[in-house]
Design a protein around this ligand. Structure first.
Ligand code: IMP
Ligand code: MG
Length: 181
């Protein structure tokens, strides 16, 4: 099947995503006006969100990227998290904002926060485009949330299934027959 045919339902169009991103960018620009902001993108899912969000931020900031593994090709978490690509920039004294695509079980971010806090940032907060609160397995909340989504498998705008569908410009629900889990 084709790229678009595998999507059962569109949750947010490209235009709706931009409205959400602009809203968060404005808030971050206000909150971090007198801070030393570094935005950290968790690859690869937050690629597009990061690219759009940083342009919606109107104050000086630096950026960096890291990559973690937690999912393999499946649709549910194994709970195992590993840093595959680490940051280049030191976090010492910085005001860190971790930028994620989706907060699901919370396992990934909970692990990441512990690791990043140990690097002596001045502050650390979480920003997630999507939040699936029903699925939470650890007690963690994002400081900036784009929008809440239902407990369905979501693809597009950076989010993948088995490394595909990231290039969809919208966010949608993958047809369940596409994955067997
Ligand atoms: P968590 O550790 O369960 O919170 O998982 C977070 C990561 O799992 C996200 O950064 C995504 O890469 C991935 N993930 C969780 N739910 C989905 C989904 O519905 N679609 C695509 N990826 C997801
Ligand atoms: Mg991700």
């Amino acid at each position: 099947m084709g790229l678009h045919e595998d999507v059962g339902e569109i949750l947010f169009t490209a235009e709706q995503i931009q409205e959400i991103v602009q809203r968060i960018g404005k808030k971050i620009s206000e909150d971090y006006a007198d801070k030393d902001l570094i935005m950290i993108s968790v690859l690869k899912g937050s690629l597009m969100f990061m690219a759009d969000l940083m342009r919606a931020v109107t104050i000086p900031c630096s950026i960096d990227f890291l990559s973690v593994s937690s999912y393999g090709a499946g649709t549910t978490t194994t709970g195992e998290v590993k840093i595959l690509k680490d940051l280049d920039i030191s976090l010492e004294g910085k005001d860190v904002l971790v930028v994620e695509d989706i907060l699901d079980s919370g396992m990934t971010l909970s692990f990441l926060l512990k690791s990043l806090k140990a690097r002596n940032p001045r502050s650390i907060r979480l920003c997630t485009l999507l939040d699936k609160p029903e699925r939470r397995r650890v007690n963690i909340q994002a400081d900036y949330v784009g929008v809440q989504v239902p407990d369905k498998f979501i693809v597009g705008y950076g989010l993948d299934y088995a490394e595909k569908y990231r290039n969809l410009p919208y966010i949608g629900v993958l047809k369940p027959e596409i994955y067997s889990d």
